[in-house]
Design a protein around this ligand. Sequence first.
Ligand code: ADP
Length: 168
Amino acid sequence: MELERTLIVLKPDAVARGLIGEVLTRFERAGIKLIGAKMREMDSDFTRQHYFDLEERHGAAVYAATAAFMQQGPVLAVVAEGVDVIANVRRLVGTTYPNQAAPGTIRGDFAHQSKDYSVAHNLAVANLLHASGSVDEAKYEVELWFNPADLFDYPAAADRYAVSTSDR
Ligand code: ADP
């Protein structure tokens, strides 16, 4: 098994609600190693590059609402690295629609918005976070958001217990 990298984006609702520390703590306390971070605003071109298949998957109305939401304010992008980190981050984040996300997950603990309400009112589902969904998506997204020089290699304390020396 190889180490994976994944992109996490704290969306404008998480930043505006002052949840950056709380959210990053969730990952750090699970022993997930963060290797890069930056705040930025997303313009319409960059939003399209990031969510290039969202319109195809969910339709034009969901794309438009989500793009407007993502451009409401700055976001914080973070790269995490570790064993099965793509699935592990998604497990901590919880499922897409916060009203269905399990308590204990970030979306389940800090949001409650439903898909039905969002669709009825032409709103994006404000669900605090984006996290890459697959190895291919993670590779594309990490390269889209970060220069290699902005990702850091350092010995994290938790690596000592959880990562084989041959992978460090
Ligand atoms: P996830 O972010 O959990 O991987 P998707 O990639 O399917 O989920 O959707 C991307 C984002 O688009 C969601 O996180 C959410 O903010 C928004 N979204 C998805 N479905 C809807 C919907 N039916 N109505 C409004 N917004 C939606």
